[in-house]
Each structure stands twice: as structure tokens, then as C-alpha cells.
Design a protein around this ligand. Structure first.
Ligand SMILES: Cc1cc2nc3c(=O)[nH]c(=O)nc-3n(C[C@H](O)[C@H](O)[C@H](O)COP(=O)(O)O)c2cc1C
Length: 146
């Protein structure tokens, strides 16, 4: 199994969550790449089995512009085999809390095997970090074919 944890973060909140997810993922999977969005090679996307995407929310519930290409590539490529999870941080002061997570969730549900989502208010707290093990175990659970 091969996994990718990819994220975007400006002020560090999503980065804290991404690091926690990466450290949990390596307990389950031997090969885990941990990349910021600007480091992703889109030609490699289909070579992964598991994909965890982290994003903050921008504008009025929008994707940050640097996440647009990843969103587009997943829509366009044949990645229906990918087990995916989407996580993010946002600020409930805004009317559309973690809207970018919702946008990704809806697209991943259609184009991949969406397994789990996680939304966190600003800086991840202990109770948020406790959810990381559940997030990862849902994401890497063995797929059963009958
Ligand atoms: C201009 C601006 C617009 C934002 N819009 C939203 C929004 O619509 N919904 C939301 O939940 N958070 C919104 N946020 C809050 C950020 O998503 C939040 O602070 C997040 O934790 C930042 O992540 P980072 O520290 O990883 O960069 C906005 C922040 C800024 C500065």
C-alpha cells in the first residue's frame, strides 16, 4: 500500500493537523508521502492507494486557489480506486464553516472511494487530535470484495 498526505496551510493550523495525520498513517502503511500542495506531482496520483487531503477555507467558503489543480486532476484522472479522506481547518465566524472541506468531500464522493472527513476549528486542540486515529483507521481499513 502507498499513501499520500497532501495539504495547504498559510498560518499553520492545517499543517498541525496534517502532521498528526501523517504520524498516525505511518503506523498503518509502510510508504507514506507527506507533501505540501506545491510539491505534488499530479502524474503520480493514480499510483497511490490512499489519499488524505488537508485544506483551509478561503473567501466565502471557497477552496484556496492553490488547491484548484488537485481538485481538477482528481476529477479528470482515473482514480476511482483511491481511498480518500478530506480534512481541514476553518473559522466558524464565517458563514460557511470549512466550506473547502465540503467542496472536496462532494467531488471525492463522486470520483473516488471517499472514506472519511474531518473539520477542525482553527488551531487543533487535544480533542481534535484524538479524532486523528479514527480518521486514519477509517481511511486505511481493508477493503473487502465479495
Ligand atoms: C480572508 C479569509 C477568508 C476566510 N474564509 C473562511 C470561510 O469562508 N470559512 C471558514 O471556515 N474559514 C474561513 N477562513 C478561516 C481560515 O480557513 C482558518 O483560519 C484556517 O484555520 C486557516 O488555516 P491555516 O492556518 O492552515 O492557513 C478565512 C480566513 C481568511 C483570512
Amino acid at each position: 500500500m502507498k499513501a499520500l498526505v497532501v495539504y495547504s496551510s498559510v498560518t499553520g493550523n492545517t499543517s498541525i493537523l496534517a502532521e498528526a495525520i501523517y504520524h498516525e498513517m505511518i503506523k498503518h502503511i509502510d510508504h507514506v508521502d507527506f507533501l505540501t500542495i506545491d510539491e505534488v506531482d499530479y502524474q503520480q496520483l493514480a499510483t497511490y492507494d490512499v489519499l488524505a487531503i488537508g485544506t483551509y477555507t478561503w473567501g466565502n467558503g471557497e477552496l484556496p486557489p492553490e488547491m484548484d489543480d488537485l481538485y481538477y486532476e482528481i476529477e479528470q484522472q482515473s482514480v476511482g480506486h483511491l481511498m480518500t479522506g478530506i480534512f481541514g481547518t476553518g473559522d466558524s465566524f464565517y458563514p460557511y464553516f470549512c466550506g473547502a472541506v465540503d467542496h472536496f468531500r462532494d467531488m471525492l464522493f463522486v470520483h473516488t472511494e471517499l472514506a472519511v472527513t474531518l473539520k477542525v476549528e482553527l488551531v487543533p486542540q487535544t480533542e481534535d487530535l484524538n479524532k486523528v486515529s479514527t480518521f486514519c483507521s477509517r481511511l486505511v481499513r481493508t477493503r473487502v470484495t465479495v
